[in-house]
Design a binder for this molecule. Structure first.
Ligand SMILES: Cc1cc2nc3c(=O)[nH]c(=O)nc-3n(C[C@H](O)[C@H](O)[C@H](O)COP(=O)(O)O)c2cc1C
Length: 182
């Protein structure tokens, strides 16, 4: 086992994985696991919406009526599992999630980045006339919520002929990389 201090090597790996799979929209689908208030695990598919600027924090969006919204208010701990079919790499990103559901410039900036199709998903429960009015004015629905995963521990697995596995741990604001032989 070898240990070294690095600045977010996992982030560089992930950027490379995303780049190599850029022609595949499904490469942005991630599985997010949370704990409900009874301590039971729940997971579901979400779309990865990018990083916040140059940080290690991952963006997702959801609806305040979803189970994950209530779950995260009680337990902020969460894990994303992400598999890249083309490069046969798995990332497991474990950390805490901050939720942004009250009006703020940050929430607005994420809303403004969404495609029309993604925005429309937040209007499905409205009557047509109300929906059209909101879409025309690009009004942000009250149920729109931004999720920000702040990873603290990452497990990376490459399923090539020679398996490669690395752990990354955030300690005192520094990422520590550990190579693991499976
Ligand atoms: C391909 C795909 C992408 C999805 N993307 C999102 C997403 O970005 N945000 C979201 O809230 N739900 C998304 N969903 C729906 C969730 O998987 C889930 O069904 C929904 O959010 C309710 O989950 P919950 O009640 O467990 O929180 C997606 C589903 C699929 C199949």
């Amino acid at each position: 086992m070898s240990v070294s201090f690095v600045v977010s090597t996992w982030r560089q790996r992930l950027a490379r994985s995303l780049h190599l799979s850029r022609s595949k929209p499904e490469s942005k689908y991630i599985q997010l696991a949370t704990l409900n208030d009874a301590g039971q695990v729940q997971n579901r598919t979400l779309v990865f919406r990018g990083f916040v600027d140059d940080s290690d924090h991952l963006l997702m969006v959801t609806d305040t009526r979803s189970d994950k919204f209530s779950a995260l208010q009680v337990h902020s701990q969460a894990e994303i599992c992400w598999y890249f079919v083309k490069t046969r790499e798995q990332y497991r990103l474990n950390g805490t999630i901050d939720i942004y559901f009250e009006p703020s410039d940050f929430r607005t900036s994420i809303w403004n980045r969404l495609s029309e199709a993604a925005k429309a998903q937040f209007y499905w429960y409205l009557e047509d006339c109300e929906k059209n009015g909101l879409i025309l004015n690009d009004k942000i629905p009250d149920t729109f919520c931004v999720l920000l995963l702040k990873p603290q521990h990452i497990d990376y697995l490459l399923l090539a002929e020679q398996h490669e596995r690395f752990n990354y741990q955030l300690i005192d604001s520094k990422w520590i990389e550990t190579s693991i032989n499976p």
